[in-house]
Design a protein. Structure first.
Length: 137
């Protein structure tokens, strides 16, 4: 599990799982938000489709990176680890500051589930660790 190929597989599965999140669960979650105008539903739907499409792109790229040589794999893993770390900071800010301060009544369905937050926090750690420590067999 400490090989770049394994990390790329995990990242690929995680991002491709988001097809379900953005194309199935996203529209159902939007229906729970009361008081949205028709335009707002449209914009959120477009954003879900774009985010789902980007998750597919990232998932496919991560899957294809499984065949990259060790030196380049380490560079990619360090880059993805840093980017996911930045994204984690934004996710935590949204979860802990933005939603409670601006929409506390909506916290139940706007926040990502706790297990997903744990996975999002572990992924950059895993990527960075393997990117820094991986060695040739």
């Amino acid at each position: 599990m400490l090989k770049p190929k394994a990390v790329f597989t995990v990242l690929s599965v995680w991002f491709l799982f988001h097809i379900i999140v953005f194309f199935v669960l996203g529209p159902m979650g939007v229906q729970q938000i009361s008081g949205l105008s028709e335009k707002a539903f449209f914009v959120v739907g477009i954003n879900n489709q774009l985010a789902g499409s980007m998750a597919v792109v990232i998932g496919v790229v991560m899957f294809l990176c499984r065949g990259v040589d060790l030196e380049n794999s380490k560079k990619i893993l360090i880059g993805i680890g840093v980017c996911l770390g930045i994204m984690d900071i934004l996710l935590l800010k949204i979860r802990l500051v933005d939603i409670p301060n601006n929409y506390p009544e909506s916290a139940d369905y706007l926040n990502a589930p706790l297990f997903a937050m744990v996975i999002w926090i572990l992924l950059p750690i895993y990527s960075l660790y393997v990117g820094i420590t991986a060695k040739e067999d």
